[in-house]
Write a protein that binds this ligand. Structure first.
Ligand code: GDP
Length: 487
């Protein structure tokens, strides 16, 4: 594998890390990265995590909270002024007061949560001030998928993109872009208008991959789907070419222009993102929407596995890379979490977790994760449903009860966003393997009934205090990610 960054980048990362350490002496801090492809549940996860800590939520598996050692958790100013703040208050107002899902992650943002706690050991109490600042960094997983581009020329990138687009299930939706790309002479004079058309057509194809029915995971370049503050920037006005010049492209030609912009994207977009953000993380949670992929079928499940493998490889760039040699501080805990487990009955939660484990298995085997703890969990950051049973003739069915979003349908029924309903969600298969096999007849994989629910109505105590957001296994995730830091 080619080295990821040049020596100057490495030196800068090492310096940044030392600077972080020096300030870290004043107040210990931990940088927790939260990522996942769009709609995986990052915004909801961070909102629920903070809300539950600030409001002393029910977190029996999060030891520090369960044993009453957390004195206080509160928001503070974040250390990085150049990064937008995660809009926690707005998101909570949406979730709790209006019962709508908050606006999803579109770019990087940050929030500092500080926890005052009492150490569990007498030794610790003597020395530690019992304060930990957690810098939560929310960023699109799409941006991580760009890492492999650093080792690829424009020509290789083009060939691979065309290859992928020609194969099923992308073949049909990529046709318009492939036709346009095939009509472009790489040796013709550079044409800005044509470049823009080609970019737009390529981006439209990438977006179509994400639609519900297909639910394919994203392909790079990550900013084509999640441009962040680069929306409309010329740095993004390039696309792979289907026809390539033999040898070096002629200066001033279409291919030369595309290749130059591709290199600029690597230098000015990809590298700074890894250097300034990813390289500084201590912990990482990767959220995945396994339910949506399962619903869409084997192609989507396999594609999610591919994307997850690429995402995870960013946190362990391999022994040969300079990055591993020079970055002293690096991620030592990674949690892969499937959210939205509240869409299925608890009897299936362990099955969902087994599916996540299977999805991550190859990535874990492939990357060198020695020195880092990796775990998986099936959870719901916000639990929008409760469980019940419905008796039908002699059968008792386990159901989930919630308020489907306005416009959701089951069979003939369309919901208005107000009425509660009981849904029999179906069971996940006992063996995850069935979900990955393309030859499995659809009937052999039991369909799960997937309805989107509104956020839950929060209970209030007799004094009118709103309780914290309900969840499934959020406490287990917190214990893995933060537990020993608060011991
Ligand atoms: P992001 O793009 O990763 O920030 O995704 P969001 O956090 O905005 O989540 C996308 C959508 O998934 C939300 O609008 C919700 O509809 C749904 N969602 C996310 N987390 C949960 C959860 O814990 N339970 C339920 N029922 N739905 C969730």
């Amino acid at each position: 594998m080619p080295s990821l960054t040049n020596l100057a980048d490495e030196a800068r990362i090492a310096l940044d890390t030392v600077a972080d350490r020096a300030t870290g002496l004043w107040s210990p801090s931990l940088r927790l990265g939260v990522t996942g492809l769009s709609r995986a549940g990052k915004t909801v996860f961070i909102s629920a995590l903070v809300h539950n800590l600030v409001h002393g939520g029910r977190l029996p598996l999060f030891e520090a909270q369960a044993s009453g050692r957390i004195a206080k958790a509160y928001l503070e100013h974040q250390p990085d002024d150049a990064v937008p703040r995660f809009q926690y208050e707005d998101h909570i107002a949406d979730l709790v007061d209006r019962r709508v899902w908050p606006e999803s992650t579109r770019a990087i943002s940050e929030l500092r949560l500080t926890v005052d706690y009492e150490s569990a050991s007498a030794w610790g109490r003597m020395f530690s001030r019992g304060r930990l600042s957690i810098d939560i960094v929310d960023y699109p997983g799409e941006w991580l998928l760009d890492l492999p581009l650093l080792g690829k020329s424009f020509e290789t990138f083009s060939r691979e993109a065309v290859e992928m687009a020609k194969s099923e299930p992308r073949r049909d939706i990529s046709k318009d872009w492939r036709d346009l790309a095939a009509s472009i002479d790489p040796d013709a004079d550079a044409d800005e208008v044509l470049a823009r058309r080609l970019f737009e057509s390529f981006a439209t194809y990438l977006k179509a991959c994400k639609e519900d029915g297909l639910a394919l995971s994203t392909l790079p370049p990550g900013r084509f789907l999640m441009p962040g503050d680069l929306e409309g920037s010329p740095a993004l006005t390039f696309a792979p070419l289907a026809r390539l010049a033999e040898g070096r492209p002629r200066p001033g030609s279409m291919q030369a222009m595309m290749a130059r912009r591709y290199e600029a994207y690597k230098t000015h977009v990809i590298k700074p993102f890894f250097r300034e953000h990813v390289a500084r993380l201590d912990r990482q949670i990767v959220l995945i929407d396994a339910m949506q992929a399962i619903n869409a079928g084997a192609a989507a499940v396999n594609d999610l596995e591919r994307a997850l493998t690429e995402i995870l490889s960013c946190f362990r760039p391999g022994r040969t890379s300079l990055l591993t040699n020079l970055v002293a501080r690096r991620i030592d805990r990674i949690l892969i979490a499937a959210t939205k487990a509240d869409h299925i009955h608890h009897e299936s939660h362990d099955r969902l977790q087994a599916i996540v484990r299977r999805l991550a298995e190859r990535a874990i085997a492939r990357a060198d994760f020695s020195g880092a703890a990796v775990d998986v969990v099936a959870m719901a950051a916000v639990r929008a449903t409760r469980e019940g049973t419905v008796s039908r003739s002699r059968e008792t069915l386990p159901v989930i009860i919630g308020t489907p979003l306005a416009g959701e349908t089951i069979g003939e029924d369309t919901f208005d966003g107000e009425a509660e309903t009981a849904v029999f969600p179906g069971d996940l298969p006992e063996s995850p393997a069935a979900l990955f096999r393309k030859d499995t007849a659809p009937a052999a994989v039991p369909a799960i009934r997937f309805v989107r629910f509104r956020p839950p109505r929060l209970e209030r105590t007799a004094e009118g205090v709103t309780l914290s957001l309900p969840h499934i296994r959020l406490d287990r995730a917190l214990q893995f990610l933060l537990g020993e830091q608060l011991a």
